[in-house]
Design a protein around this ligand. Structure first.
Ligand SMILES: [Zn+2]
Length: 412
């Protein structure tokens, strides 16, 4: 997963940009993405797709031509979607357009202005003292032109059209944890899931933040009724505990499964209601007129957020693998869960039906045989039973499947 990060992280991946498109092409070589192009100027519900933006040279220099800031050093040195500029400004005027992050004085902050445009530079806070001259020349050679916002999806067809959607951001230039870690985990999950058959259909969506989800949903309204659940993935590589943000509905099957998996698999995690952990595209998917229950899984917060310190050094393959395993287990339960309903009467003759479990092989299951047998009334799913008995879903599922194979239960 780190390979994708190392190859793509430093690209100028602004929302409609060549760097974004190149990154999609790169990922297309790993999983077969379908790319939806939505032209600049297209009205998407209440939003409008912005122009493509690119930046050539950009710098600040003193009047003797000594550069004090140069875009070549880091893509974050100018505001994303900055207007072009070429003029001499006073120090006071320059300061109005120079952004820093005093909380993280050694890092360049990430600033963007996609819609209310201005020109501007970003710099380490502790470099402000270098600006001692009265006047400076500011130069940004940026270009706005008609382009296409690109949203890509990869679909794994299941037994049903009911769809679970996984979403990650590919935008954000020269940053890793915010955006790209969600992308690389999503791509790896897609690769792994493509090898098996599933109950649900799965859609893996890579978008530029907010506008990408709004554009995709507004241009594909026919898909919305099929979307059953969603998971938003981001910030999964840093060293912090996982944060589960619940759906707007708050207690759907997905919420309960995600909480159950995190409780069982992790020593510690935190949980928060909708929009209270971190704001992302769940506002589009789980928002007005769409209402697809979407959880978000991240390791937010982290101190390097939206700065040049959000680089490959703060993320690890180990953390990415832990998050991937967690999400795969949530999807495993979601996909395989069903409601068993009893056809038998009286206690089942266990040895006669080969349903006896030796305590030496699985003590917990051995102890809970009768409890499981008593919960097959058609009002609880396999997951509900596992959760109530504090058991592994797979153990309960395998055992209840045996009842099904012996004709002792039906699947409701
Ligand atoms: Zn961000």
């Amino acid at each position: 997963m780190m390979e994708l990060i190392n190859d793509l992280w430093f690209k100028r991946r602004d929302i409609v940009s060549d760097g974004y498109d190149e990154s999609l092409d790169y990922i297309s070589k790993t999983i077969p993405l379908k790319i939806h192009e939505i032209p600049s100027g297209t009205k998407c519900w209440t939003w409008i797709v912005p122009e493509k933006w690119s930046a050539g040279e950009a710098y600040i220099e003193d009047l003797k031509g000594n550069k004090v800031l140069d875009l070549k050093d880091c893509p974050l040195h100018i505001i994303s979607y900055s207007l072009p500029v070429d003029k001499i400004v006073t120090r006071a005027e320059l300061m109005k357009h120079l952004h820093t992050n005093p909380q993280r004085p050694g890092a360049i902050p990430f600033e963007f202005n996609y819609y209310e445009r201005d020109w501007g530079f970003c710099i380490q806070h502790n470099r402000l003292k270098e600006f001692t001259k009265d006047r400076y020349r500011v130069f940004i050679d940026s270009k706005f032109e008609k382009g296409s916002l690109k949203v890509s999806d990869y679909t794994i067809k299941g037994e049903t059209d009911e769809t679970v959607v996984l979403v990650a951001h590919l935008c954000h230039p020269a940053m890793v944890n915010d955006g790209l870690t969600g992308v690389t985990v999503l791509v790896d999950i897609a690769k792994e899931m493509s090898l098996k058959t599933h109950h649900y259909t799965y859609k893996f969506l890579l978008v530029p933040e907010t506008i990408g989800s709004v554009a995709y949903l507004s241009q594909n309204e026919d898909i919305i009724p099929k979307l059953k659940y969603g998971i938003f993935l981001e910030m999964l590589g840093n060293n912090n505990i996982h944060a589960l943000q619940l759906t707007r509905q708050g207690s759907t099957r997905l919420d309960r499964i995600a909480r159950y998996v995190m409780k069982r698999e992790l020593t510690n995690f935190r949980e928060g209601p909708f929009r209270k952990v971190i704001g992302n595209d769940e506002m589009a998917f789980n928002g007005p007129g769409v209402n697809v229950p979407m959880i978000s899984i991240s390791r937010y917060p982290y101190p390097e957020y939206h700065t040049s310190d959000d680089n490959p050094g703060i993320v690890s393959e180990e953390n990415l693998n832990e998050s991937k395993a967690l999400i795969l287990e949530i999807l495993n339960i979601l996909d395989n869960d069903y409601i068993p309903k009893r056809k038998f009467k009286g206690p089942v003759f266990l040895s006669g039906y080969d349903l006896w479990i030796d305590w030496r092989i699985n003590k917990k299951l051995n102890e809970n045989i009768e409890q499981i047998m008593l919960k097959l009334e058609g009002d609880k799913s396999v997951f509900d039973i596992a959760k109530e008995l504090n058991m592994e879903f797979n153990d309960v599922q395998n055992y209840v499947n045996k009842f099904f194979n012996k004709g002792l239960i039906t699947k409701v």
